[in-house]
Write a protein that binds this ligand. Structure first.
Ligand SMILES: [Fe+2]
Length: 286
């Protein structure tokens, strides 16, 4: 729950879903997929659907429920949420594996990225409210390098994450626009050191059709605590990834299947909060 002046507002799946859909629609996308490739993909997709329908002898009632649910997902604006939670991790893995990348692994972007967050110095603090400052501080530091270990000065690290209640600015009511969002610019050696708060695990919005879907098969809507990152430098491959915390809840059973062992941080608790180090290694663009 979030406090707006003296009122308490519950963010709903409907609100955050519609905001994610509006953000997505603002940049119209296209792909140069050929007719031949489209034909091959759609033929296989329909064959896969037919196989599942036959294997499980889908009833007319189940078919009608599917149709109603798909209408609901659209009306709640939850296609970005549902697709990014249940499908994006496969697309991300396919596109990492099709190149010979050896740098830092990627992970899903999810529906809550916003471009052009405020620039921050290499050694600074994320924009946050007093209530965020009262949480356990997290000192996140490291270096951005190329594959040979040379520091990349002026690299940009876009960082966004949820507050302690699991809410993202611009997608839940009552949170300042750029809260817990920033673009850190590395120093001449590629170093960064940013103070933020220790994020907590959160449940993806589950009071709408994505939640009904999860409930229908007896799943759970939790994601482990994580930081979202997008790391870029001219001439290098931009990495979109997430970092997790060793031993944290749901690291082993993330609803979005987005955890990779290489992306797990090892926090050290010190008197002034949790410290984590992470080296980002960028592949050359190809
Ligand atoms: Fe997230």
């Amino acid at each position: 729950m979030t406090s707006v002046e003296n009122q308490t507002v519950d963010p709903t799946a409907h609100d955050s879903g519609n905001k994610a859909t509006e953000k997505f629609k603002a940049n119209r996308v296209s792909s140069d997929t050929s007719k031949e490739r489209a034909n091959a993909i759609y033929t296989d997709l329909l064959a896969a659907i037919a196989e599942v329908a036959h294997k499980h002898e889908i009833t007319y009632e189940e078919y009608a429920v599917l149709k109603q649910w798909m209408i609901d997902v659209g009306e709640y604006g939850e296609w970005p949420l549902w697709l990014d939670v249940f499908v994006e991790h496969e697309i991300e893995e396919i596109n990492y594996n099709r190149h010979d990348y050896t740098g830092t692994k990627g992970s899903i972007e999810g529906p809550y990225y916003v471009e052009n967050s405020p620039k921050l110095p290499w050694d600074g603090e994320m924009p946050m409210r007093d209530k965020d400052k009262a949480c356990t501080p997290l000192i996140f530091e490291g270096q951005v390098t190329d594959l040979d270990g040379n520091g990349l000065g002026g690299a940009e690290i876009e960082l966004w994450h949820a507050d302690e209640d699991g809410f993202y600015s611009q997608f839940a009511p009552g949170i300042p626009e750029w809260n817990l969002r920033g673009t850190i610019v590395t120093d001449e050696e590629g170093r960064y050191k940013i103070k933020t708060l220790q994020p907590a695990p959160y449940q993806i919005p589950h009071d709408g059709p994505t939640g009904w879907f999860i409930e229908s098969y007896g799943g759970h809507p939790w994601r482990p605590a994580h930081l979202h990152l997008r790391v870029s430098h001219p001439g290098y491959r931009t990495i979109t990834t997430q970092l997790y915390f060793e031993g944290g809840d749901y690291v082993e059973n993330d609803v979005a299947t987005a955890v990779k062992p290489e992306l797990v941080l090892h926090p050290e608790a010190t008197g002034d909060g949790n410290h984590v180090h992470y080296p980002f290694v960028l592949d050359k663009e190809n």
